[in-house]
Design a protein around this ligand. Structure first.
Ligand code: SF4
Ligand code: SF4
Length: 305
């Protein structure tokens, strides 16, 4: 497999596990969540992002594209995506920072070195490094295992933020080096999962059971979305599943859906399914869901990451 692409390294992250963390986002995901607010995370290839509002139409990028993919139309640069190979040459010539490439490779040592830059924060806050995505568990596992092991050997806490949709042997490989799995549950009924996420949830639930049996520490993360799963019935289904399989949960995180990332689809000249009619749950609903988990014994339930 090819070296995984990183599309973002977020410093000082306080929503992706314990303490202050550096979150590393890998590019490419096997799921197609209707509410995904990180479209640059979905594909496994390097992509050009264009910030329309920053473009002055100066034309500097046009002559530096060897593919002839850029033209100026209506005072703005327009990229022919069929010609563009995301080489990034044009980004060096845009002084408005209107063009950016999403997806960069790091060697294992480079990535570890980057993560280590904030070690003072980890030490003082009980934090560490979180590998996220996209989906980290479907990347080249030789690479991911090497990153996890190296960070673990240096004494850092490594969390894995995962959708769970990956072969279990991938989880097994990194289990010894991982502090906590931040494990998403989005829909319990298979047909709902298929409708809004594009796959069955069977593998995801099976992997969760196996991880628990293998002694992993698990935070359950639920993106709460009106029109998909913002119901008491769904929350009860999750609780019943966790109890039925004796899943030991370190923390439950209820993550209210927000639609602030939808403008990013435009930056990739990609559409967003507005028909999906997804909504933001109210603060009152979120408190009710939290109370439900607490009532059933999950005292460590938080709204947010
Ligand atoms: S990324 Fe490369 S191919 Fe695409 S528009 Fe820029 S220079 Fe042209
Ligand atoms: S160089 Fe930047 S600002 Fe100038 S036309 Fe190209 S994208 Fe727009």
């Amino acid at each position: 497999m090819e070296t995984p692409l990183v599309f973002n390294i977020q410093k000082y992250s306080i929503h992706d596990g314990d303490g202050i963390r550096t979150s590393i986002f890998f590019k490419g995901c096997p799921l197609k969540c209707a509410w995904c607010h990180n479209p640059e995370s979905q594909h496994y290839q390097v992509e050009l992002m264009f910030y329309d509002s920053r473009c002055t139409g100066c034309g500097s990028c046009v002559s530096h594209c060897k593919k002839g993919a850029i033209s100026i139309e209506g005072g703005k640069a327009v990229t022919n995506r069929a010609l563009c190979n995301a080489c990034g040459d044009c980004t060096d010539w845009c002084f408005q920072s209107a063009r950016e490439v999403a997806g960069k490779t790091y060697t294992v040592d480079q990535l570890v070195k980057e993560a280590e830059k904030d070690r003072m924060f980890y030490e003082n806050s009980g934090g560490g490094i979180t590998l996220s995505g996209g989906e980290v568990m479907v990347q080249d596992m030789d690479y991911i295992e090497a990153v996890c092991k190296k960070l673990y050997d240096k004494g850092y806490s490594v969390d894995i933020d995962t959708c769970g949709y990956a072969p279990y042997e991938n989880f097994k490989r990194i289990l010894p080096y991982v502090d906590t799995f931040l494990y998403d549950i989005k829909a319990m009924q298979d047909e709902v999962h298929q409708k809004f996420i594009g796959t069955s949830n069977q593998l995801i639930l099976e992997n969760l059971i196996k991880l628990n049996e293998d002694g992993a520490k698990i935070n359950i993360r639920i993106p709460v979305i009106t029109g998909v799963n913002a119901t008491e019935e769904f929350m009860i289904d999750v609780i019943s599943f966790l109890k039925e399989h004796n899943i030991s949960v370190k923390q439950v995180n209820l993550l209210p859906y927000h639609n602030t990332g939808m403008h990013k689809y435009k930056k990739l000249d990609r559409g967003y399914d507005e028909e999906a009619l997804l909504g933001v749950p109210s603060a009152e609903q979120m408190e009710q869901f939290k109370a439900l988990f607490v009532e059933h014994g999950y005292q460590n339930t938080k709204i947010g990451g």
